[in-house]
Design a protein around this ligand. Structure first.
Ligand SMILES: *[C@@H]1O[C@H](CO)[C@@H](O)[C@H](O)[C@H]1NC(C)=O
Ligand SMILES: *[C@@H]1O[C@H](CO)[C@@H](O)[C@H](O)[C@H]1NC(C)=O
Ligand SMILES: *[C@@H]1O[C@H](CO)[C@@H](O)[C@H](O)[C@H]1NC(C)=O
Ligand SMILES: *[C@@H]1O[C@H](CO)[C@@H](O)[C@H](O)[C@H]1NC(C)=O
Length: 696
């Protein structure tokens, strides 16, 4: 290649010979054309450049930069005569071209779209599209036979027209269309092993040499492409084919040049370092382009480890999603925090006038400090607090309960909303409630004297101060009065479920106040549904509770009976299982010594009539059969002396085995199920009686 050319041609960076054609045609265009661009600077006038194409100061022809969706073309500015007509026969003259190019992609996997060497009827490609149209054609004219374009495409992107050009990095021969008639992956034949192809990448960023030779008489087109720094030119062309179709393309005058385009996501800079062309004559051979004579290749600034468009889009999308999720998480955390602080209410919490703000309770109890604890136990911890507001109750007791389920709380709250309206001098006034996290906070009036439990047991032990008989009797009647209110006098029946000394608070006037009503219910509700749960305190639980599990006013009466006996006797209802207060009193009564049951610490300081009355009523209330127990209304009448106390019938204990029956039942429940120790609501000291949560 390049031999046999006049020496002078090698001396010129740009060499153009216009040989006078042997036979004149109707136009002035010569039959042969030869030119060589060893770099393009200074010879702008010899080229026709459009789109983003430009000649760089260093002599490189840059068809496209790496901006997306651009195209550029560069044609030799004079037409070449490739068609030779002899009467009816039309022959395409032989031609040869050689060019050295560099493709620098945005990143090794993100180049595009490619460029072409083109025979075109025009010196530019107006209306041509970017991306897969390679600056050559467009959507409308692609494939139209009126195009009269032939192109060798050097494509770096696969997949135009869904598999037609299915390989990226390929060479294609295109006739009027971007769908290649002939297509080959980019490779060159190894001269030592002529059957072996060496693959290489068009978009390596290194100079690549392309040779195209067309032989007119045989209509054979040879195309070879190989790295420009190879020691020798491959002897066997990559493509060697007859291309009779070219005859349909080539017109009288054709322009030769390059087109290139980038895609929206895939883009490369396409450079031509040098270009030689020769046509006409016996065997035209384009001049050899020595790398040393060409301008230096463009610096390879491709990002070594880049992402292609799809991956990039994915990353961007994922980042976006992540950001959104983070934002959501952020707001969720804020929301949860506010929820925990009780600032956001669940639907059911709204419109409850007795709901108090956690913030206020937190402040009132000094942040639920330990030194504010005035009682702990099975149903929760009680804190003393003070609310300095216009409210008349500046002292409050806050009971903090952790129920086993919030579902129970919801129902419970519905109930205490109505309980909140309960007003009776013998009931602890429930001021309100607050749900916070998993805790339910109940706010009661603060009752200063502690519980009956502590007055009966702890205080005498500590100070020797024994509750006087009058006070005991007054307390008993007060409790009865409170219970009557719950059972009969309020708008609906309220069952206390846990009547015992620790739930009776004594105020300044030694007036008893029943507290914690309904609380046991919360635990029954909160428990697993497949078990029947009885919540109460050993010794105060009516026998039928262990059988049916159903609380009733009668079971409250039973507990009151035990409590009454306890107040009089100063003895706990049961010890470790051998002593039962009611049975013991019953035995004393049977032997006519019922007053022996009176608390010995009272000495003779008691009214024997009232004591006997109280013990008898207590026994009546402890009847094994619920139906035989008196109503609270009657209990009060008996205690007030308004009505004579009926005789206790022989079936009081149901049967001879009642005692062991009762005992074994309680024991069974205690041993088989959870037992939690309950502490007096407002007492300062621990109480040894226990609450039982039994299930079956
Ligand atoms: C460009 O081509 C002209 C001839 O058309 C030639 O005289 C000139 O030397 C060339 N320029 C360079 C820089 O080679
Ligand atoms: C590409 O650029 C052309 C104008 O050159 C414009 O009409 C077309 O919408 C662009 N395409 C994309 C995908 O940006
Ligand atoms: C081909 O192009 C010509 C001229 O632009 C046009 O008249 C003709 O309709 C086109 N044919 C097709 C099939 O698009
Ligand atoms: C094309 O290549 C074939 C096979 O290498 C060769 O025989 C033929 O001479 C070549 N033709 C041209 C025009 O280079």
């Amino acid at each position: 290649m390049g031999t046999g050319r006049p020496m002078v041609s090698f001396l010129l960076m740009f060499f153009l010979v216009l040989n006078v054609p042997a036979q004149r045609t109707t136009t002035d265009t010569p039959a042969t054309t030869s030119f060589t661009f060893r770099g393009f600077s200074g010879n702008e006038s010899e080229t026709r450049i459009s789109g983003v194409a430009m000649i760089k100061p260093d002599g490189l022809l840059r068809l496209t930069d790496r901006n997306p969706n651009v195209s550029g073309t560069a044609f030799f500015n004079k037409p070449v005569r490739l068609l030779e007509t002899n009467g009816d026969s039309r022959v395409i003259r032989s031609f040869s071209t050689s060019f050295v190019f560099v493709i620098i992609p945005t990143s090794s996997s993100n180049g595009g779209f490619g460029f072409t060497f083109t025979l075109s009827p025009t010196p530019d490609r107006p209306g041509a599209g970017s991306a897969q149209y390679l600056g050559l054609l467009n959507k409308e004219n692609d494939g139209n036979s009126s195009n009269h374009v032939f192109a060798v495409e050097l494509d770096t992107v696969q997949g135009f027209k869904d598999g037609a050009d299915s390989t990226g990095n390929h060479i294609g021969l295109n006739f009027n269309s971007l769908t290649s008639d002939v297509q080959e992956p980019v490779a060159y034949y190894d001269n030592d092993h002529p059957d072996r192809k060496e693959d290489f990448s068009l978009q390596s960023g290194k100079p690549i040499r392309a040779l195209l030779d067309y032989d007119g008489p045989t209509q054979t087109l040879n195309f070879t492409v190989y790295p420009a720094d190879s020691e020798s030119k491959p002897l066997r062309p990559l493509i060697s084919r007859r291309v009779p179709k070219l005859l349909e393309i080539v017109q009288e005058e054709m322009y030769v040049g390059f087109t290139a385009a980038t895609g929206r996501d895939q883009s490369s800079a396409h450079y031509v370092m040098g270009w030689s062309f020769s046509s006409g004559g016996e065997r035209p051979i384009a001049e050899t382009l020595d790398l040393s004579e060409l301008p230096p290749p463009p610096p390879n600034t491709m990002k070594k480890r880049g992402y292609n468009g799809k991956v990039l889009a994915l990353i961007v999308a994922l980042s976006g999603v992540t950001l959104i999720l983070l934002a959501l998480l952020f707001f969720l955390v804020i929301y949860k925090k506010r929820l925990q602080r009780g600032e956001i209410l669940e639907d059911w919490e709204i419109n409850h006038p007795h709901r108090l703000r956690y913030k206020d309770l937190y402040a009132a109890t000094d942040g639920f400090k330990e030194n504010r604890i005035i009682g702990t136990g099975g149903f929760g911890t009680v804190y003393r607090g003070s609310i300095s507001s216009s409210s008349s109750h500046d002292q409050i007791a806050v009971k903090k309960i952790t129920p086993n389920s919030m579902q129970g709380v919801r129902e419970f709250v519905a109930e205490i909303e109505s309980l909140g309206r309960l007003r009776h001098k013998n009931l602890v006034n429930l001021q309100g409630w607050c749900k916070h996290k998993n805790d339910l906070l109940l706010i009661y009036d603060y009752i200063p004297n502690g519980s009956l439990d502590s007055l009966l047991y702890s205080r005498p032990r500590q100070s020797g101060a024994v509750l006087s008989w009058n006070v005991r009797f007054q307390i008993a009647k007060g409790i009865a009065s409170g219970l009557l209110y719950l059972h009969e006098e309020w708008e609906k029946i309220v069952i206390h479920r846990d009547v015992k000394p620790s739930n009776v608070l004594i105020d300044d006037n030694m007036n008893p106040r029943l507290g914690d009503f309904g609380l046991a219910r919360l635990y029954e509700r909160g428990s697993l549904s497949h078990t029947t749960v009885v919540v109460g305190t050993i010794g105060y639980m009516a026998p039928e509770l262990t059988r049916s599990g159903k609380s009733s006013t009668a079971s409250d009466v039973f507990a009151f009976g035990v409590l009454l006996l306890e107040i009089v006797s100063g003895r706990r209802p049961t010890d470790s299982g051998t002593f039962f207060l009611a049975d013991w009193v019953m035995e004393l009564r049977a032997s006519g010594e019922i007053l022996h049951a009176v608390d010995p610490r009272l000495g003779s300081g008691y009214d024997s009539g009232e004591a006997k009355l109280a013990l008898t009523v207590g026994l009546l209330c402890c009847h094994q059969r619920p139906a035989s127990r008196p109503l609270m209304r009657m209990v009060i009448r008996y205690l007030n002396g308004d009505e004579d106390v009926p005789e206790i019938d022989d079936n009081w204990g149901y049967s001879d085995s009642s005692r062991s029956d009762l005992g074994s039942k309680f024991e069974g429940n205690v041993s088989s199920d959870q037992t939690s120790s309950s502490i007096a609501s407002f007492s300062v000291t621990r109480v040894s009686s226990s609450s039982v949560i039994s299930g079956r």
